[in-house]
Design a protein around this ligand. Structure first.
Ligand code: IVH
Length: 679
């Protein structure tokens, strides 16, 4: 395949998945799988810049187009901030401010220093104290109207305390608290879902969800730091209201809005530098990721004098905390073989402390990148922990590179697979080398773990260590061998007692009667995710029918595109794969679709009665009633002592008073959303 063909194929796949995600709110692949497609396209386009076109998904601001949200114009552009990476750059900012305001030499400017929250900026509109709208930054001029998602964030009040009359815009940052992020990732790990790289990605992914109920479940939070007036009413919109920024922060807090409490006023540069240094070392103690300190001129009249450039205000700067880095020795470069045979190099480091943990491994992406950075085994290297979970190598430290005989030699990508010695191949247009041998033990081991994973054949107890032993001892050469294991064979393995052997065999036996869709997904056919497997199983009814279906028949299946269809066909055209299936059939693995069994558990809202009053922002009353009934609850039109909850929207009727009279609990919209999603 030429690079142009591969680019066309990737773009088509990406567009297909974008539509599934945004237009149909029914994704077929995980966010991480989507990101991998995007990264592949970016990689090939980087190597072939002449093939980049304006309509490529890589050229869109923010990556994915959000067709599911309406866009809305900002009343004043949401500017970004100029950065200062060193104390000298911060000093230069202070000098520019003093010059720009014509202050006398030696005069000090009063600044406000705030922590810079690494999240997503949001503009909130309040009218007469009521939250009316929440819009993302977008391109700075137009953003996405995410009001229904914003309303589920408990930190953002729907009604302001001591509500001022008129319309105001409050700007701030939405973020995912670190503890919640860790909990979500632990849960995702358990269920075999890909983990989020950092809280920012998790928050961004959540805000793009079209279902506010799912957003409510995630536990997002927010802080605000800016107040603008009402353009329509003639008050200034391009700068905050009031005399000073510090007074604004106090006012926002008094209205019940969340203001990050660690802000300080600083007289001149010295206390600012102190603030930045102190938080650089203390930032790990915060409940959110802070990537710097935002320094703002406090006096709003001075701010007006300074004004803005097209991109940044001249009265503020973001002092960025340095990425945490360390120097260590690169002991060796090893390669890893993935389930699909992709062979990727990684660095083995002399263990070193970085961001509070010991680092021994770092990613190296691909052979091209290693050559570009001239990283050699034996070099001292600078490692950095940025936004990603796995640290990366910034560069080799050439002044420390030994010379003469000890001089490290450039890394050579192996030409043969480290696991099975078959020759590696690099398909045209791709940057990744692959092992094409379907029985390669490294691939089999990875494949085995996928096969057994919870969402595939769900064989509990088949973890990495066991998969490793089974494959390296030669007991398991492909999935079908699992179905021939016996207690004595298993008992001969390390750390395997009779009881665990029996449990494992029971799990394997049980997996024989799994739904066909699980088996199809478990085979690890390229491009076939859970949804695709489900659609194929439903449409074809048996594995035999699937194996023999021509591409046209596969493509005719709803939700199956040409790429998936070709991939399925290619998989079953491979004689080894057909033999594998014959062996599994002989072992008694079910190969026909069975009707799904309905669940008999009692629904979560059984026995509860709800009354709805007023208007809900995120859904109509009918939709709310539908959601309640779907969960087994009942909706009534009048409040009585038997009512479990009264759901109170905006402009509620007399039912709210009736609830108070009878002592019936009321729920605001956010709390209601929490309940109907079962938390
Ligand atoms: S003030 C005119 N204050 O950082 C710009 N921004 O890199 C007004 N951010 O787009 C922004 N914490 O999303 C401000 N305490 C803070 C902030 C903050 C995070 C974000 C904001 C902005 C980005 C610029």
């Amino acid at each position: 395949m030429t690079p142009a063909e591969r680019i066309a194929e990737l773009r088509a796949q990406i567009r297909h998945h974008e539509e599934r995600y945004y237009a149909l709110a029914d994704p077929e692949i995980s966010d991480a799988e989507f990101d991998t497609l995007m990264a592949q396209l970016e990689g090939i386009e980087r190597e072939n810049p002449d093939l980049v076109t304006a309509d490529s998904p890589t050229q869109r601001v923010g990556g994915r187009a959000v067709e599911g949200f309406a866009t809305a114009e900002h009343q004043a552009p949401m500017l970004s901030l100029d950065n200062a990476y060193t104390e000298e750059e911060l000093q230069a900012f202070d000098e520019r401010v003093r010059r720009g305001t014509g202050l006398q030499a030696g005069a000090k400017v009063t600044y406000v220093a705030e922590l810079k929250i690494d999240g997503l900026s949001i503009a909130l509109t309040y009218e007469d104290g009521q939250l009316r709208r929440g819009v993302t930054r977008g391109d700075g001029y137009r953003g996405e109207d995410v009001t229904s998602n914003v309303r589920t964030i408990k930190a953002i009040p729907l009604t302001l305390k001591n509500a001022p009359a008129g319309r105001y815009e409050v700007r701030g940052e939405i973020f995912l608290p670190r503890s919640v992020f860790e909990r979500i990732n632990r849960e995702r790990e358990k269920t075999g879902e890909p983990v989020f790289a950092n809280p920012r990605n998790a928050a961004a992914g959540t805000m793009r969800n079209l279902d506010p109920r799912q957003v409510a479940r995630r536990g997002l939070s927010a802080y605000v730091y800016q107040l603008l007036g009402d353009a329509a009413a003639g008050s200034p919109v391009d700068e905050p209201i009031g005399a000073s920024h510090s007074a604004t922060l106090e006012r926002l807090a008094a209205w019940g809005l969340p203001v990050e409490p660690n802000w300080r006023t600083c007289e001149g540069l010295d206390p600012l530098l102190e603030f930045c240094r102190a938080w650089d070392s203390r930032r790990r103690s915060l409940e959110f990721d802070a990537d710097g300190v935002v320094v703002k001129v406090d006096d709003l009249a001075l701010r007006r004098r300074l004004g803005s450039t097209a991109k940044f205000p001249r009265w503020a700067v973001a002092f960025k905390f340095p990425a945490e880095q360390a120097t260590t020795k690169l002991l060796s470069i090893e390669v890893n073989v993935g389930r699909t045979g992709a062979v990727t190099p990684y660095a083995v480091l002399d263990p070193v402390q970085l961001s509070g943990s010991t680092i021994q491994l770092a990613t190296l992406h691909n052979a091209g990148e290693i050559a570009r950075k001239d990283i050699r085994p034996g070099d001292f290297v600078l490692v950095e922990k940025g936004g990603d979970v796995i640290p990366k190598i910034v560069k080799p430290i050439l002044t420390l590179r030994p010379s003469g005989d000890a001089k490290p030699r450039p890394f050579q990508m192996p030409t043969r697979c480290p696991a099975c010695a078959s020759e590696l191949q690099r398909p045209e247009g791709e940057v990744v080398w692959r092992c094409m041998n379907t029985s390669c033990p490294a691939k089999v081991r990875r494949g085995l773990m996928h096969f057994a994973s919870r969402r595939a054949m769900n064989i509990e107890g088949l973890g990495e260590a066991l998969a490793d032993q089974l494959v390296s001892s030669g007991i398991v050469k492909d999935y079908s061998d699992l179905y021939r294991l016996s207690i004595p064979t298993l008992e001969a393995l390390e750390r395997m007692g009779k009881k665990s052997a029996a449990n494992l065999l029971e799990q394997i036996e049980r997996s024989k009667s799994n739904e066909l869709s699980r088996l199809i997904y478990a085979m690890g056919i390229r491009h076939v995710g859970e949804r695709g497997a489900d659609a194929l199983a439903g449409a074809l009814g048996s594995l035999e029918a699937l194996m023999d279906a021509p591409v046209e028949r596969l493509e005719a299946v709803q939700d199956v595109g040409p790429v998936v269809a070709r991939s399925v066909r290619a998989f079953f055209d491979e004689p080894r794969n057909r033999q594998l299936i014959d062996r599994m059939r002989a072992a008694g693995v079910r190969m026909a679709a069975t009707p799904r069994v309905a669940t008999t558990a009692s629904p979560p809202l059984a026995g509860m009665t709800f009354v709805i009053t007023g208007t809900l922002a995120s859904m109509s009353r009918e939709a709310a009633a539908g959601a309640i009934e779907e969960k087994g609850g009942r909706v009534s039109s009048s409040v009585s002592r038997k009512t479990t909850y009264v759901v109170v929207g905006t402009e509620p009727g007399s039912k709210r008073e009736k609830a108070a009279e009878l002592g019936v609990q009321t729920l605001d919209e956010a709390a209601f959303l929490q309940i109907i999603i079962g938390q």
